[in-house]
Design a protein around this ligand. Sequence first.
Ligand SMILES: Nc1ncnc2c1ncn2[C@@H]1O[C@H](COP(=O)(O)OP(=O)(O)O)[C@@H](O)[C@H]1O
Ligand SMILES: [Mg+2]
Length: 552
Amino acid sequence: MNPTETSSRLRILLIEDDEHDSLAFHRAFEKGSVAYEITDCILAEDALLQVLADASLFDVVVIDHQLPGMSGLDLCKEFLRKKTPLPLVLLTGRGSQELAIEALKAGVDDYIVKEHGQGYLELLPVVLPEIVRKHGDRVARERAERALRKAYDELEQRVQERTAEVARTTEQLKRELTERKRAQEALRESEEKYSTVAESSLTGIYIDQNGKIVFANKTFAEIYGYSRPELVGMESWKLVHPDDRAWIDEMRTKRLKGEEAASEYQARGLTKDGKTIWIVRRNTRIDYGGKPAILGNIVDITESRAKEAQLIQASKMSTLGEMATGVAHELNQPLSSIQIGADFFRNMAKQGRQIPHEELAYVSEQMTQQVARAVKIINHMREFGRKAEIQPEKVDINQPLRAVFALLGEQLRVRGIKVKLNLEDDLPPVLADSNRLEQVFIDLVVNARDAMGDERARLDGETTENTLTVTTFQEHGKVAVTIADTGPGVSDGLKEKIFEPFFTTKEVGKGTGLGLSISYGIINDYGGTIEVASEVEKGASFKITFPACDKG
Ligand SMILES: Nc1ncnc2c1ncn2[C@@H]1O[C@H](COP(=O)(O)OP(=O)(O)O)[C@@H](O)[C@H]1O
Ligand SMILES: [Mg+2]
């Protein structure tokens, strides 16, 4: 509907079957001052068709109530049902108030009571434009309202969406918060747990950062005899025995650089009152406050070490007993040479003969050499008997092996055991004590000797020669030794047991069962490993490895 058109010319569709009334309608507009155009229609159906075909041809529909075939009110309802966008005005007869009310209720825009002689006709040109205007206003208002509602609905929807989003975010935040709280709680708990663990630990625990103690537990403080406030901030080298400072420092530097360094080792410590203590220490590189640090665990082994030293010393004595026979064989040789020399001198003297000068020089030189050899053997025995060096040194592992076979070689030969030494030259040294290594090798060789001397080994009557094969080589940065025999071997069930102290299968008086357990301890002290590979009836093979260290 176009309001400008409405104002220029009022286009009326009049549905009126009464000729007289229709004429009066026309006349009323002719007299009025409104520009107009009236389309007459007698039948309700015609009117419906016209409006449905093109509603924009009219500004208002005026319907008489009394129509043939259909009442004006029903026609109005029909228009309304078809959503006709035009204002509808019902012409009713006098005294039909209820009809008028029903019409308004149904949605008709207005009604006009036909009261002849009452001047309703004169009112028509004034009232109708007013109705059209009001209708237009209403339509516009409704449209605005609709638009407003739509906008409102959209807004509402957006608000709802945003609210939902906010709710979701809040929910998520809440969840994250609870989670964080839980994590903090867990962290606090675990920190508490750790500090309780650290506090109640029997091991000394400390953290060293940049060479200074930044944390120490109670046990650590007790071991060194300091109070904890005294320890925190102290330079950690003060706790190390002066003789061990250099190599421990070297190791620390390596570890902090991420290079391979022994993570467990024994060293001497220095207490507050200057006492030397022995500690075993396990170190790990950690992050402390975002910076690299060393977390260390220490145990005071001063006492157990003293006991162990006693035990080792005791077992060494039994090893020495084993060696005595070998030494006797070894000493026999130089002694008989010296005897030959002495006999020669005595015979010459008896016969009153002069010994030529060169001969005298030669024989006495030979005798001196043999004495030197005997002295060497005796010195070696004496050397072996002394307590082991506390501080490990760089040892070429072939050297104690050769010493062992110098002592025991003869004994083995006598028993028909062939010795094969495959010693690789140019091995890197290992950090150990040569004497102790010798003790380990003697025990292993004696074990092999005993195993091959065992009657069991010869039960099958085979004549194959018994052989002891000793091999040294380098493997994955380690120095390795294997000592393999052709004895009866070690059964699977005993492979762990044989390293236990006092485990022996030998007769009372022959074995102590300490050899392997002490060897195990010694090898462990130097960061090495020992294991046995064996198949029953194929002999036993003991493999020992030590970390290789730099030459020089
Ligand atoms: N080379 C070997 N072949 C077979 N059995 C072995 C060998 N070495 C050790 N054993 C077994 O391990 C046991 C423990 O050895 P060890 O600790 O040296 O004590 P002991 O020699 O005093 O018996 C031996 O009694 C023996 O049964
Ligand atoms: Mg033994």
